[in-house]
Design a protein around this ligand. Structure first.
Ligand SMILES: Cc1cc2nc3c(=O)[nH]c(=O)nc-3n(C[C@H](O)[C@H](O)[C@H](O)COP(=O)(O)OP(=O)(O)OC[C@H]3O[C@@H](n4cnc5c(N)ncnc54)[C@H](O)[C@@H]3O)c2cc1C
Length: 333
């Protein structure tokens, strides 16, 4: 086990002094053209295990929550200028994080992009703008209240809007690309950009991938939804949740499906099940007995337990079916 107290004591030595100065002493950022007030909430030494649904992970040296859009943009620009890497954390529901110290800033949008607003409305269609830090549960509650249909497939997916767009999250009931009209992105190199979907568009989502570069920030998205009765929308959400509870180990620490389905008629779970691996365990990580494509943390599972189990699954499935499984879960090693 890592000695976290020692790691905490060494935290300030391990962190980038320039970044600390920007976030603390340098709250007022002077550029050649202007001086601007930038505001952040900063946690030094935040537990990543507590911020991920797998409940696995080490320590974020700097967990940074910009308090508004300007501060987020300014921070990204600063990190770009000094050549520092960074990472984005949404709901932590598709992440397997190593049990180590992460010196690079981990950025969350939950404070600066937590808005939902109506952009336009016709007799049957409503376009809403949703901040990247909004939780799917909050979005679904809003949609039920306002009688907006289209997001129901997100029931049981514990993501943020930003993470859901980035991963093009979805199920057989629908995916983000079905409802996204456009996305505002802070691009690593080009700054703020609006990506549109449709003909001649620059937003080309694929299966479980938005095509947006790693490190680019999904700041918000416009979603095109249809008016419907709150009762019908609530009913659909309830039936999706009922199905999930019957077939998936909901409530256990996990990251949902670990591998992508090789094709729509060849689910990864079926292949793993046919290898007889349900219930197989390494350390605290276990292949769910309810759904073979889910690995659950039965308590105290480490990053290495899960990674070793994933490698074993890939080997067995390849030996038996000559199919190469591809990870859906993202690993921060
Ligand atoms: C119980 C459970 C059920 C699930 N069911 C499904 C399902 O049915 N379908 C499905 O597709 N997935 C499912 N998942 C996986 C997961 O919820 C999705 O992949 C989701 O899109 C991840 O969103 P997040 O906000 O949690 O992102 P995170 O896990 O925090 O991050 C995932 C990736 O997105 C990046 N990211 C996060 N926020 C942003 C942002 N604002 N801008 C740019 N990049 C960002 C991160 O850097 C990381 O690379 C499930 C997970 C769990 C735990």
């Amino acid at each position: 086990m890592a000695d976290w107290r020692e790691i905490f004591e060494n935290t300030s030595r391990l962190l980038n002094k320039e970044i600390l100065k920007f976030l603390t002493g340098g709250m007022v950022r002077a550029t050649r053209r202007s001086t601007e007030l930038v505001r952040f909430s900063v946690t030094v030494g935040a537990s990543l295990a507590q911020m991920t649904t797998f409940r696995i992970g080490g320590v974020a040296g700097l967990f940074v929550e910009p308090l508004d859009q300007k501060s987020l943009e300014s921070f990204i620009q600063f990190l770009r200028e000094i050549g520092s890497p960074w990472r984005l954390l949404g709901g932590g529901s598709n992440l397997l994080v190593a049990n180590r110290f992460f010196p690079e800033p981990i950025i969350s949008l939950r404070r600066c992009a937590s808005f939902i607003e109506v952009m336009s409305e016709t007799d049957d269609v409503v376009v809403i703008r949703v901040g990247g830090g909004v939780k799917t549960r909050t979005l679904l509650n809003y949609c039920v209240r306002r009688g907006l249909s289209g997001c129901e497939f997100l029931a049981g997916i514990p993501a943020t809007l930003g993470g859901a767009v980035f991963m093009n999250a979805g199920t057989s009931d629908g995916t983000m690309q079905d409802i996204v009209d456009s996305v505002t992105v802070i691009d690593r190199d080009k700054g703020m950009l609006k990506l549109r979907q449709g003909q001649g568009a620059d937003f080309h989502p694929l299966y479980r991938s938005s095509g947006i570069a790693n490190g680019s920030v999904v700041y918000d998205a416009r979603l095109k939804l249809r008016k419907n009765s709150p009762e019908k929308i609530r009913g659909k959400i309830c039936s999706i949740m009922k199905r999930r509870l019957a077939t998936q180990p909901i409530g256990m620490p996990s990251a949902g499906c670990v591998f992508k389905n090789p094709s729509s008629d060849l689910p990864a779970g079926l292949l793993i099940d046919h290898c007889g691996l349900k219930g197989f365990r390494i350390g605290g990580a276990e292949i769910s007995r309810k759904h073979a494509n889910w690995i659950i943390n039965t308590g105290g599972a480490s990053y290495n337990d899960v990674v070793t189990l994933m490698a074993l699954i890939k080997d067995r499935v390849y030996e038996q079916f000559t199919v190469k499984l591809e990870e859906e879960v993202q690993c921060w090693d």
